[in-house]
Design a protein around this ligand. Structure first.
Ligand SMILES: Nc1ncnc2c1ncn2[C@@H]1O[C@H](COP(=O)(O)OP(=O)(O)O)[C@@H](O)[C@H]1O
Ligand code: SF4
Ligand SMILES: [Mg+2]
Length: 319
């Protein structure tokens, strides 16, 4: 049994312009995540990549119970959680932890680092003193003196460290990090990369990393999934996907992002053409309007998920 087993997960959102849709008798919601499946073992790390709008954060929000799934199953630690009650979530939240994009910026500037990192402990009625703060700071490589600082006194990298310490406070089984290196300078991105690698090696926590930073994916994750318009188009062990991408979209993503990335503040996915909207999907293969390898059949035939020696893809003519 894996720690996390996600099966055919579907997530819908209400779309804009309800009235117009009603007049045209169109549905007023759309599927942002359309049938995603994956498993994650204890202590394993999964990288989730894909352009903005592909549904990565939506999956994260659903995994931690902030957004309901419309169909499919999520088993966490042996329990089905897609229909969990608020009461069950109170317990689940201590086993699952989310590291937000700007983990400290959104928190009170009046709190010290000690209060910030121990807050999850305090909320759950656990000891939250100097010792706990120092242990957590040690876990993310910050000296004990940092306990008395305030968030505005932290550099970008230190703030991310505090964010990770907070996320690890309750010793979760699963950590979800949504864009952990977004908006950081190159050198600091490297620091966060090393930190996550360290945390993974030392704490045994399973990690889902959502990122545009392929460097981070390559060096920290065991397996990766590539998303396009709410679907996985490819999934497999990270080293094998990097060595030989089978799906044209994966190939394009990896080619658009030579390492080291000199300007990683920007999203580095530079494929030609607009990302189509999940509200209005292309016919056939979702990727065909932008695919350099597309053939006429691709515009009419929807590719199924094809398993292939421990990995899988969704392409009629894999590379
Ligand atoms: N609260 C919302 N209401 C309606 N649509 C949303 C909402 N949040 C996200 N979306 C849409 O769902 C799709 C997936 O978004 P998201 O999960 O944020 O993608 P990503 O994290 O990969 O950039 C996008 O088309 C986005 O516009
Ligand atoms: S099915 Fe066709 S259009 Fe889609 S990714 Fe494969 S080759 Fe490209
Ligand atoms: Mg996102």
């Amino acid at each position: 049994m894996s720690l996390l087993e996600v099966e055919d997960l579907r997530i819908r959102y209400a779309r804009q312009g309800r009235l117009k849709a009603a007049l045209r008798r169109e549905p007023y919601d759309f599927e942002a995540v359309c049938g995603v499946s994956f498993t994650l073992g204890a202590g394993e790390t999964l990288g989730l990549v894909g352009e903005s709008g592909s549904g990565k954060s939506t999956i994260a929000r659903t995994l931690i119970g902030l957004k309901k799934a419309s169909a499919g199953s999520i088993r966490f630690d042996g329990t089905e959680i897609s229909e969990a009650s608020a009461r069950e979530w109170a317990r689940l939240r201590t086993d699952m932890s989310m590291m937000w994009q700007d983990p400290v910026g959104s928190l009170s500037p009046r709190l010290t680092v000690k209060s910030l990192v121990t807050e999850p402990l305090r909320i759950n009625g656990r000891p939250a003193g100097r010792d706990e703060a120092e242990r957590l700071l040690g876990l993310v490589g910050l000296p004990a003196e940092f306990a008395t600082r305030y968030s505005h006194q932290l550099s970008g990298g230190q703030a991310r460290r505090v964010g990770v310490a907070r996320a690890l406070a309750l010793d979760p089984k699963l950590l979800i990090a949504d864009e952990p290196t977004a908006g950081l300078d190159m050198s600091v991105q490297g620091e966060v990369l090393n930190l996550l690698a360290d945390v993974q090696a030392r704490s045994g926590v399973a990690i889902v990393i959502i990122t545009h930073n392929l460097n981070l994916v390559r060096h920290v994750t065991d397996k990766m999934a590539i998303m396009y318009l709410g679907r996985f188009v490819e999934k497999g062990p990270t080293d094998r996907v990097f060595a030989h991408p089978r799906h044209p979209y994966t190939k394009a993503l990896l080619a658009a992002n030579p390492e080291p990335d000199p300007d990683a503040r920007h999203e580095r996915v530079t494929l030609d053409g607009e990302v189509p909207s999940p509200v209005n999907r292309p016919s056939g293969c979702d990727f065909h309007p932008r695919c350099p390898w597309a053939r006429p059949t691709c515009a009419t035939t929807e590719p199924n998920w094809t398993k292939d020696a421990g990995r899988g893809h969704r392409c009629l003519f894999p590379l």
